[in-house]
Design a binder for this molecule. Structure first.
Ligand SMILES: [Zn+2]
Length: 243
């Protein structure tokens, strides 16, 4: 609707509202009365909302069609606007709600954002060990922190735990992830981790025997990788010792 049409519509709707609301009959003649309770809110602002015109007048309630800064429109009653109860179409509530959830779960949100960054942001330092190797975060987590939060809380999350992929060749999703302590994670990986190189797969300690490589050095490389949050690949762990 263009501006003129809107204004015309406003005028029409407002006058209808003002006068029809309080019509009374006197000796068979309809007397139109101005509704004493009517407040013209058109083109005033209430938070992020601007009431444009009265869309309907039903059950003694006047409904304004309001335009929100985000572009959405919403029907609201006069008191909802004047009382300050509603200040946006709902988009701002969502934003506020989202930032409150993040503030309450700061550490988990950091874990969440770095997980997404190393899998999906080529600018992340660790991307080459994750995203570049096809490790991804499932859509239900990637698009919604709350889904990840809910899963985490249902699966024993606390601020001392870290996220672990059960199968290291697969990505981050509910069926392949768990919360474990750092030492558990380190232990799992050093004792049971499998390395595939030139189509041969062995545990880390078997590789050490095969290659004549120091198990202590391999372990400290894994520890180092953990510290710098990079993927402890075969090439990284079993790299020849620098002289
Ligand atoms: Zn909005």
């Amino acid at each position: 609707m263009d501006r003129l049409a809107t204004e015309h519509h406003n005028a029409l709707m407002v006058s209808t509202t003002i006068f029809l609301r309080h019509s009374t009959r006197k000796a068979g003649v309809i007397i139109m009365q101005r509704n004493p309770n009517f407040k013209d809110l058109s083109n005033k602002t209430f938070g992020y909302l601007t009431p444009l015109y009265v869309e309907k007048n039903k059950n003694k309630h006047i409904y304004w069609l309001c335009k929100c800064v985000c572009g959405n429109c919403r029907l609201l009653q006069t008191y909802q606007l004047t009382s300050g109860k509603v200040t946006s179409c709902g988009c701002m509530n969502e934003k506020t709600k989202k930032s409150a959830i993040i503030a309450q779960n700061k550490r988990l949100y950091t874990v969440y954002s770095s997980m997404i960054a190393r899998c999906h942001n080529p600018k992340s330092i660790s991307y080459k060990y994750y995203g570049a190797k096809g490790i991804t975060v499932c859509d239900e987590w990637k698009t919604n922190f709350e889904t990840f939060l809910k899963w985490s809380l249902q699966n024993g999350y606390n601020d001392s735990l870290s996220i672990d992929r059960i199968d290291n060749s697969k990505g981050y999703c509910p069926s392949n992830c768990r919360w474990i302590t750092l030492s558990q994670q380190f232990q799992n990986k050093t004792n049971n981790v499998l390395y595939t190189h030139n189509d041969e797969t062995h545990t880390m300690s078997d590789w050490c025997r095969i290659l004549g490589f120091s198990i202590d050095l391999a372990k400290s490389r894994r520890k180092q990788a953990k510290k710098y949050n990079i993927e402890p690949t075969f090439e990284y762990v079993f790299a020849p010792k620098k002289r």
